[in-house]
Design a protein around this ligand. Structure first.
Ligand code: ZN
Length: 322
């Protein structure tokens, strides 16, 4: 949030990288721009967190590379409350003509429209990070197709010979707009770096994504979710990850720390399906990573590393009666 006055005051990128290294972490996806819309590097295009006084993202990239940890840049694409606040015309207009709706205490009460100036704003920020930092790739979050009834979108619907009064046409236009944006991101990122567009259907991102990350915090949104998702995803011919997290309920449930048994269950679940895991965390805004979290992750990853002769490049073999 913008009003954290001592944001990053005790943060050390060196300690951050060491904590990850000691916990056997090989890659980390780090926030370049968050869902509130702030940048964590000295951007010339976006808005830096009001209380950040140094290049947090840049220092993380530098220190992680020193210890052979790859860094990808996280951008929240679908949400940007700072830009929504400054440019109401960059937000999705719902069918009732509202730009703010639903639960105001949650995240998605206001969404960004990719048929607006926001498209170029975000593309320029992604280009800025791609040119400035030696990142391994990009992760774009909250890539949700929201039908937009704003004037620019409805004119776009009509230009394509579709009907602005037909909800399916408006939705189809929103999806094509988001995919067109994604194709431009792919051109900026290039063919050799990781790209994942979280939220879009896998059927729509063929040729754009470099791998598949299945987001699932099972203790929050059911233990039935991952098995069905992975059964489909592992047939797409790409590296698949189980993206779980240290949270018991949902992303950022502060103070929540999953027990080792619970987190290990997710990792075994992934391995039994032939895929590795990533573990999501929420960093303390003033102090950095919480050592209790990485004690647990370190113990788990040490165990998983011992299995690697059998699990690396393993493939799930379906059996009859499965
Ligand atoms: Zn729109």
């Amino acid at each position: 949030m913008p009003d954290i006055p001592d944001f990053g005051a005790n943060f050390s990128a060196k300690a951050f990288a060491k904590t990850l290294k000691d916990a056997n972490v090989e890659y980390v996806n780090v926030f370049a721009k968050c869902n509130i819309g702030f940048a964590y590097y000295p951007t010339e295009i976006g808005v830096v967190h009001p209380h950040l006084k140094f290049d947090m993202f840049g220092e993380i990239v530098k220190e992680c590379r020193k210890v052979d940890i790859g860094v990808t840049a996280y951008f929240n694409a679908g949400l940007d409350h700072e830009m929504a606040r400054k440019h109401r015309d960059w937000t999705v207009v719902n069918k009732e003509g509202q730009v703010i709706y639903g639960d105001r205490t949650a995240n998605f009460f206001r969404n960004m429209c990719f048929c607006s100036g926001y498209r170029d704003h975000l593309l320029n920020m992604i280009r800025e990070v791609a040119e400035r930092y030696p990142v391994e790739g990009f992760f774009l979050d909250c890539m949700v197709v929201n039908p937009c009834y704003g004037n620019e979108c409805l004119e776009g619907v009509r230009e394509r010979g579709m009907d602005p009064l037909n909800d399916e046409h408006v939705l189809a236009f929103a999806k094509e707009t988001l995919l067109d944006f994604s194709r431009e991101v792919k051109r900026i990122v290039g063919p050799d770096k990781f790209l994942y567009l979280n939220g879009l259907d896998h059927a729509d991102t063929e040729g754009l994504r470099t791998h598949v990350e299945l987001e699932c915090l099972p203790s929050g949104w059911s233990y039935d979710f991952f098995p069905a998702q992975v059964a489909y995803a592992r047939n797409l011919g790409q590296q698949v990850f189980y993206m779980t997290g240290r949270f018991n309920v949902n992303w950022g449930d502060y103070g929540g720390l999953k027990s080792k048994a619970s987190l290990l269950n997710d990792c075994w679940d992934a391995l039994s399906n032939g895929v590795p895991t990533s573990i999501g965390d929420h960093m303390h805004p003033r102090d950095g990573l919480e050592s209790a979290v990485y004690d647990v992750i370190g113990e788990i990853y040490e165990e998983l590393e011992r299995y690697e002769p059998w699990t690396d490049n393993a493939r799930l073999l379906p059996t009859s009666g499965f």
